[in-house]
Design a protein around this ligand. Structure first.
Ligand code: FES
Length: 495
């Protein structure tokens, strides 16, 4: 029987994302049983799979890793003991397979001898010889390293480098690579598991191992009771997966599942993207991470309580790093303080998260994002999250008052150059999107009408809008009038 692979592993082997395989399953091109596909079925869909080397996959992974600010090269290889355990597991499998092969060969030899010894007439002897020839030919063909074998070899390599993790009851799954803990790998894959400190202190990342082998790679101060240990409980932030594992853990499914938090972060860096837009990079303490869903906002407080609610412009998978795009607003106390007085390492209070502008993860539809000026901030967070979930098709239209309001052109153009599933277009309105008049409204609607006409799949997709209220409200009304259901238009206000 052909070897079975999880969808995540199969997608990795043939160099496509999971959604593509899911569509093939829905379309009847690929058979699946309990979320698994067979090597033969996969090869029938991707006959050139053995030619696909890992270069392209690694290139895309690197782009994503760089987008999320991770240091991939420091974490490429698993821990030596984990590597040894995985190789040992594979060696056992190899040993079993070799002994089965030897037994089969012995059996084949005995069968051929038996056929030779069988007494029969000339006609039957001829049939017997034909049968022996056929058996030898089939046995030799079976030994040839065909496509299945090559794919299996590649899968074995992947098993050494990465463990497959399934999360119940949500059904999420992901690959754990390098020296990542289970928590880090889940976050990198965009799965919002429950956690608090990431450092083994709070116990919030407690989960139960249902099957497979894990290994503690970090000390934790949090004490698991004997009863918890006997039930298979572990801390996800302190353990890695040695073999493929299934764990039982809570996954945040909505904003209501995320607790309200108050964290004092520190300024890691500030970078002027344009004279009026500043990239503020905050870092949370090692023992306290901010839990949020991509697209949400927090209230920042600096100096003597100058505050503003700002969308987070980074992905929850970005570890302790939390990014914001701060617009210069003369006379606004928070903006003035950030632009003129905020210093590196200065503490910044974060409270939240707030907001419901988040990705509809279960939607199979293509994603259409419309960022108006600084509305790019929450959209960037959601797009990075969608990328970590391997969304099939992402379209971004950045509509800006002036060319300068496209303040991170290199980031989006690099995504468009590198990722086949990301499509980008920028549009300059030529007027201030925060101050709409009737004429400007007509002009913006015309622009949206042109885009809607060019985007063939937009009416079947999910639309996400973010930006200053005046432009965002016009866009929202435009898409609803066009016939998009309310449930497929999400919007976020940026001041
Ligand atoms: S113990 Fe706090 S997140 Fe793991």
């Amino acid at each position: 029987m052909s070897k079975l692979l999880s969808l995540t592993r199969a997608a990795r082997l043939v160099g496509v994302n999971r959604v593509v395989l899911q569509k093939k399953i829905q379309g009847g091109e690929l058979d699946a049983h309990d979320g698994m596909v067979s090597v033969d079925g996969l090869l029938a869909c991707y006959p050139d799979a053995e030619l696909e080397d890992t270069v392209e996959i690694e290139r895309l992974s690197r782009i994503k890793e760089q987008a999320f600010g991770k240091r991939i090269f420091e974490r490429a290889l698993p821990d030596a003991e984990v590597l040894a355990a995985r190789v040992t597991e594979l060696s056992k499998t190899l040993d079993r397979s070799q002994s089965q092969l030897k037994n089969l060969n012995d059996f084949l030899g005995k069968l051929l001898d038996r056929l030779d010894e069988t007494e029969c007439d000339a006609k039957s002897r001829q049939m017997m010889n034909d049968l022996k020839l056929w058996i030898r030919h089939e046995a030799e063909s079976a030994m040839e390293p065909g496509l299945s074998n090559l794919l299996a070899i590649k899968d074995n390599m992947l098993r050494v480098m990465a463990a497959h993790v399934t999360v119940l009851p949500s059904g999420h799954d992901f690959l754990l690579e390098g020296q990542d803990t289970l928590l880090e790998a889940a976050m990198g894959a965009g799965i919002p598991l429950n956690y608090g400190c990431s450092g083994g202190n709070c116990g919030l990342c407690k989960a139960r191992v249902i099957s497979g082998q894990v290994k503690k790679t970090r000390h934790h101060d949090y004490v698991l009771s004997d009863a918890e240990k006997s039930q298979g409980c572990i801390l996800l932030c302190s353990n890695t997966a040695v073999s493929d594992v299934t764990i039982e853990a809570a996954v945040a499914g909505s904003v209501q599942d995320i607790p309200y938090q108050q964290i004092t972060a520190a300024v890691k860096s500030m970078e002027l993207l344009t004279p009026d837009m500043l990239l503020l990079h905050l870092q949370t303490p090692r023992t306290q991470r901010l839990r949020f869903l991509a697209g949400q906002s927090v209230t920042l407080r600096v100096g003597q309580a100058f505050s503003a609610e700002l969308p987070i412009a980074s992905c929850p998978c970005d570890d302790r790093n939390v990014l914001f795009h701060v617009r210069r607003q003369n006379g606004h106390l928070f903006s003035d303080y950030v632009f003129d007085r905020l210093k590196s390492h200065e503490p910044v209070e974060m409270e939240g998260p707030q907001g419901e502008f988040i990705l509809h993860e279960k939607s199979p539809r293509a994603l259409y994002f419309f960022a108006f000026d600084g509305g790019f901030a929450p959209i960037k967070s959601v797009i990075e999250h969608a990328m970590s979930l391997n969304a099939e098709s992402i379209h971004l239209h950045w509509i800006a008052s002036t060319a300068e309001d496209i303040y991170m052109p290199n980031v989006v153009r690099a995504w468009a150059d590198a990722l086949d599933n990301f499509h980008y277009a920028e549009h300059i309105a030529g007027f201030d999107l925060r101050a709409m008049t009737d004429r400007r409204k007509e002009s913006l609607e015309r622009q949206l009408d042109i885009i809607a006409g060019e985007e063939a799949g937009l009416m079947q997709g999910d639309v996400y809008l973010a930006g200053p209220e005046a432009a965002r409200v016009i866009a929202e009304r435009f898409f609803l009038k066009l016939g998009l259901p309310r449930t497929r238009v999400a919007s976020s206000l940026i001041t």
